[in-house]
Design a protein around this ligand. Structure first.
Ligand SMILES: C[S@@+](CC[C@H](N)C(=O)[O-])C[C@H]1O[C@@H](n2cnc3c(N)ncnc32)[C@H](O)[C@@H]1O
Length: 287
């Protein structure tokens, strides 16, 4: 895999990928979600009211092996993508930071560490991790205790579509590999806008559309087979990992997601592809 270049800026209007994912399922809406009162759950369309529960079951099941599986499935590259996100967020002491769909804390720990590097030991870090799934947060809390990360972190159970925070309360919002799991992406973007202070920054790291058709086909074949295979062997749960593969295929393209950020009110919306668009980092400002 190609490593992201953390020094490369996230630039507005970066050449988007128009290459569709190989073999997009028939009947899929252009925005990667299902029509009407339905939401996409993998390749199935389910009533919107059911999706959050199904997603919760997936992460309940994968939580104990989640971190090991991330390393196995990505060959460790997810660490580089996450480090690149932190470089771009560039968190500073004194800022209030929110990591939504924060799961087992990978992004929050990195934010905390970066603030401490900047301000020295004891620098005032303030990172809130919010996730809909208590099992994932529980794994995160255990990891934090094991690492001696006791200050500057708040763990909150909550839905990205209905965040339990007041308006205009954070300087930066991150969501990594979480947005494709929410039922209504536009609601989640609206909530992100609401809780950011004017001048606040939004960042979304998510699987996206590969920019090279041949590489896309290889990647797609790999993820279609490898994710359920590792899921079966390591987590004893092939189905949940099949869902992850399918949810990646149905997520909106770089260009579509950027347009939706704009509609949610963000300005200076931009994205940057990593590993040929396997992952994209979108950003925007609330002015
Ligand atoms: C693939 S994990 C990503 C975890 C972490 N951000 C990381 O990068 O390692 C996706 C996370 O999204 C959470 N999630 C799914 N739907 C959510 C929602 N509507 N609101 C908040 N979190 C949600 C899941 O519980 C899970 O922890």
């Amino acid at each position: 895999m190609i490593e992201p270049d953390p020094s490369a800026p996230v630039s507005a209007g970066e050449a988007p990928s128009d290459v569709p994912p190989a073999g997009s399922p028939a009947g899929e809406a252009a925005d990667g979600t299902a029509d009407g009162g339905l939401a996409s759950f993998g390749y199935r369309d389910v009533p919107k009211a059911e999706k959050a529960g199904l997603v919760r079951d997936v992460f309940e099941s994968v939580a104990p092996r989640y971190d090991l599986m991330n390393d196995l499935m990505s060959g460790g590259v997810h660490r580089l993508w996450k480090n690149a996100l932190i470089d771009v967020v560039n968190p500073r002491p004194g800022e209030k930071l929110l990591d939504v769909a924060g799961g087992t804390g990978d992004i929050a720990f990195r934010l905390l560490r970066r603030v401490e590097e900047k301000g020295g030991e004891g620098a005032a870090a303030d990172v809130t991790v919010c996730d809909i799934n208590a099992a994932m947060l529980g794994m995160g809390r255990d990891r934090a205790i094991n690492r001696g990360l006791l200050r500057g972190l708040t763990w909150t159970t909550g839905d990205a579509e209905k965040l339990p925070f007041p308006d205009r309360s954070f300087d930066a919002y991150t969501i990594a590999f979480g947005l494709r799991n929410v039922t209504d992406i536009d609601l989640a973007l609206g909530e992100a806008f609401r809780v950011l202070k004017p001048g606040g920054r939004y960042y979304c790291l998510e699987f996206s559309k590969v920019t090279s058709a041949p590489v896309g086909r290889v990647y797609d074949a790999y993820s279609e087979r490898a994710l359920p295979f590792f899921g079966r062997i390591v987590a004893r749960d092939a189905e949940s990992y099949r869902y992850l593969h399918e949810s990646i295929r149905r997520f909106p393209s770089q260009r579509d997601l950027a347009a939706r950020l704009g509609r949610a009110g963000f300005t200076q919306v931009a994205w940057r592809n990593m590993t040929l668009g396997v992952v994209a980092l979108h950003s925007g400002w609330r002015i």
